[in-house]
Design a protein around this ligand. Sequence first.
Ligand SMILES: Cc1cc2nc3c(=O)[nH]c(=O)nc-3n(C[C@H](O)[C@H](O)[C@H](O)COP(=O)(O)O)c2cc1C
Length: 287
Amino acid sequence: MSKDALFQDVIRKRRSVRKFEPGRSVDRDVLQRIVDCGRWAPSGANVQCWDFVVVDDPAVRDRVMAVFLRQAQRLVDHAKGFPAVKKTYLANTIAIIFVLGDPRWKACFPQATSEEWDAEYRANNEAIFLCSLGAAVQNIQLGVAAEGLTSAWLSGGGEDETNRELAEVLGYPVWMKAYGTIPIGYPAADQNRRYRRPLGQLLHWNGYQPHQYRLHAQVDFYESTLRPFAMYRDEETMTNWPDRDEMLGDWKEAFTGDITNPDHMLEAEADFSKPRIIGQATKRRKT
Ligand SMILES: Cc1cc2nc3c(=O)[nH]c(=O)nc-3n(C[C@H](O)[C@H](O)[C@H](O)COP(=O)(O)O)c2cc1C
């Protein structure tokens, strides 16, 4: 197998697995190699606006799990409808890595020299900061996969209350934030595949192709109906879903083929800050 093929394998093997074999452990050498992958991630202005806290002490892990069980309950109470798995699986991790974002380093990204441009550069600073942290989380997850282990990517530490609780358990300044929490373990289930859009649908050659544009209504349909299945089913393509016709209806081609928008019409910007319809998956949400 060529080196490149091996790398592609690691990319595909990286999976969000939320079920680990109990009673396992791993050497710190392995965890150090994994964190080193995070260290080599790119960051805006090379600020390396992160710290990595590795929890491999079961007593600390249990306190972290308690934080995430409360976080999950808050999701149920305040953001009902989002598909989630019970976080008791954290008890079976061999380690949990926290990617802390240090916001002071945003000062090193491009700063506006007048009021007029302040909002624009501030927004871009935030994007650079978050993208850098995302790259670090991704590198760590790939490092985990390369070691034959598996992980998940939990974003709950980015919620203010959860971050406050984590800062107390782990001892970091509360103005830093645990943007990424990566539970690591040996997979208890074989989850090799996960839904991905077909390559021909998302690859645009030499410019954005309107026939590959996804309509607002397609986003709505995913949010209201398909989301939990696309997140958890062990299939790369929806074509393999046994109930695909019933699940996808008129949206079959748009989710399984290369042409999502046969009319080639692009739509105007709308309010993208909240879902536009309330469907099956979010039916309990109050408007
Ligand atoms: C920014 C980000 C936040 C995520 N937050 C969570 C989370 O809080 N809990 C969780 O179980 N998975 C979370 N995930 C994992 C996604 O659900 C998962 O990556 C997606 O469903 C695709 O599955 P795969 O990672 O197995 O390919 C997150 C992923 C990303 C990139």
